[in-house]
Ligand binder design. Structure first.
Ligand code: KIV
Length: 285
């Protein structure tokens, strides 16, 4: 039986009942299909796609067209899972009009259920207000926000002092007030994740923010042992997909070179003995 896609009211109820939300990234049809089969609550089509799937060093070059194409594939693979589309760098920063147009495009063209914006500055809060007032559901994202990498000094843990935590609390409150239905907090100590969680009534989900939040997000290629350019400290590996693929590719190369693959009685099409004899004759000519 097909799963019923969860809605925002379902997620609010889960928070009320203390049920943790499970959330993972996905960027393509095949992965999304396996994710949906696992019973995952939500998928993020993250702009991390630029690094994981397209091989960029950062998420900066990712465009709206890249995100929409990827999200369409994920929707085809996971028709019954709540999907969050990640607004890429400079697709919402310039003006409220840009933010509304691109958020609306994401929903209309990709079939995602809501969008996510990185940052907690005054400007981002303003864009959050514009987008949600235009009728698009949105999630905020604070803490370690890769689109602010230059200002935060790279992929570094955030919220490591009382002053930094106070700033995160101020940001989460402003995002809630601007209409975000949930906020994601990334790369902070557990106590900072809890402080942000306790400061608002909307769901607060975490990635590398400890256990005291309403649910967990993880990047699928990190947890599956697929992306090995680097692995953040907060990742737990559940599989070694990269190794499995590497072994398979290497074995294939060896078998083709050694004439082991293909085996003609197993890996090819059948022909009747009469037609085979006729072909033999043809070849003799
Ligand atoms: O793009 C992404 O996958 C993200 C997560 C790192 C939070 O935004």
């Amino acid at each position: 039986m097909a799963l019923k896609k969860k809605t925002i009211p379902d997620f609010l109820k889960m928070k009320e009942e203390g049920q943790k939300v499970t959330w993972i990234t996905s960027y393509d049809y095949l992965t999304a299909k396996y994710v949906e089969r696992s019973g995952m609550d939500m998928i993020l089509v993250g702009d991390s796609m630029g690094m994981v799937q397209l091989g960029y060093d950062t998420t900066f070059p990712v465009t709206m067209d890249d995100m929409i194409r990827s999200c369409q594939a994920v929707r085809r693979g996971a028709p019954n899972t709540f999907i969050v589309g990640d607004m890429p760098y400079m697709s919402y920063q310039e003006s409220d009009e840009d933010a509304i147009a691109n958020a609306g495009r994401f929903i209309k063209e990709s079939g995602c259920d809501c969008v996510k914006l990185e940052g907690g500055t005054e400007l981002i809060v303003e864009r959050m207000r514009a987008i949600t007032q235009a009728g698009v559901a949105a999630i905020g994202h604070i803490g370690l926000t890769p689109q602010f990498m230059a200002q935060i000094g790279g992929y570094k843990a955030q919220g490591k002092s009382a002053a930094a935590v106070a700033k995160l609390i101020d940001q989460v409150k402003k995002l809630e007030e601007a209409g975000a239905w949930a906020v994601l907090i990334e790369g902070v100590p557990t106590i900072a994740g809890k402080a942000v969680h306790d400061a608002v009534s909307i769901p607060v989900y975490g990635i590398g923010a400890g256990s005291q939040v309403d649910g967990q997000l993880i990047i699928y290629a990190d947890m599956a042992g697929y992306y090995d350019d680097f692995t953040p400290k907060f990742v737990k590996r559940y599989a070694e997909v990269g190794k499995v693929l590497q072994d398979a590719f290497t074995a294939y190369v060896e078998e083709v070179r050694n004439g082991v693959f293909p085996e003609d009685d197993k890996h090819t099409y059948k022909i009747s003995p009469e037609e085979a004899a006729a072909v033999e004759k043809l070849m003799e000519k």
